[in-house]
Ligand binder design. Sequence first.
Ligand SMILES: Cc1cc2nc3c(=O)[nH]c(=O)nc-3n(C[C@H](O)[C@H](O)[C@H](O)COP(=O)(O)OP(=O)(O)OC[C@H]3O[C@@H](n4cnc5c(N)ncnc54)[C@H](O)[C@@H]3O)c2cc1C
Length: 329
Amino acid sequence: MSQSLKIAIIGAGLSGISAARSLVAAGHAVVIFDKSRGSGGRLSSKRTEFGQFDMGAQYFTARDHSFRQELKTWLDARCVEEWTPRLYQYDQSGLRRSQDNQQRFVGYPRMTAWSRALLEGLELVSSTRIEKLQAQDDGQWLLLDDQQQAHGPFARVVVATPAPQAVTLLEPASQLAHAASQVEMLAGWTLALSFNQPLDTPMDACFVREGPIDWISRNSSKPGRDESDTWVIQSTPAWAQAHIDSDKDTVASDLLSAFAEVLSMDLPTAQFTHVHRWLYARPGQQCEWGALAAPELGLYACGDWCLGGRVENAWLSGQQAAKTLLSKH
Ligand SMILES: Cc1cc2nc3c(=O)[nH]c(=O)nc-3n(C[C@H](O)[C@H](O)[C@H](O)COP(=O)(O)OP(=O)(O)OC[C@H]3O[C@@H](n4cnc5c(N)ncnc54)[C@H](O)[C@@H]3O)c2cc1C
């Protein structure tokens, strides 16, 4: 085997985890850094005494052949399950059953259970925001965090953050930084609700094509979730942008009214309400880069913004970054 490299990955979302798993499997020593206390990035679950909520990605698809192969092992390990919601759509002509028969999968028993399982055996340094990459005379990299601590040195660095957060980190590789700076990430608001009594509707999920809401899901209809009737409502990017600085109570009340309108019913008072703002929910455009690489500097970048804003693409982008890095080694 060729020499084992020390590799840093910035970002413990799915793309970073995907790259890390491939690089470790190839015999390299990988350390993942994340600014959050936890991991999973936009695979995000909130656990409360009123139930648990998937606040970021709602489900994932598996269209790519290699991804479907991996999926089998995750299904066997029971960290992922298929979700078959009674799916609706809502537009100007009202609410009706959707004909969409796409297969959907979710982390089991919550979205982050999947990313946690994938991180097992990997070295994660959490609560550490990396601000800058500093080149050493021997071509290696030091990672400087926001507490002025240096980490490393590392022979290679993979930046696996959303594009706007990648720009400064990629500054030493100006072409990569430029590419990342061209990607616009769209915002989103997520509202989580829990009700005492189940809402009187057969709907488990709904694509909404009218008003401020983009997506509704009965979180409790996903496999392994709790008994209580929990819902997650997501705004459209356009509505989020127009209400980016609104206070959370106003956002909750607006989305709640729109939810009631979709269901054509007066909603009971929710026993739990929580609102989260995503500044970088999804990339605004579909790029086909796979991953970005400056092999002469040992710098790489991956993330959903390199391939399209979906969970599956984040995974594939991480795979691509690792493959490129390994082929240049
Ligand atoms: C509300 C919402 C709903 C969605 N719904 C779906 C869906 O239903 N289906 C689907 O397929 N996709 C969905 N997506 C998209 C999906 O979640 C993403 O495509 C995917 O999770 C992105 O993974 P990633 O690894 O590219 O980035 P992220 O998951 O964003 O991971 C990046 C990580 O980098 C860390 N980080 C950032 N900057 C730094 C720094 N300076 N130092 C250290 N760490 C840093 C962050 O904390 C984060 O953990 C949704 C996204 C959102 C927000």
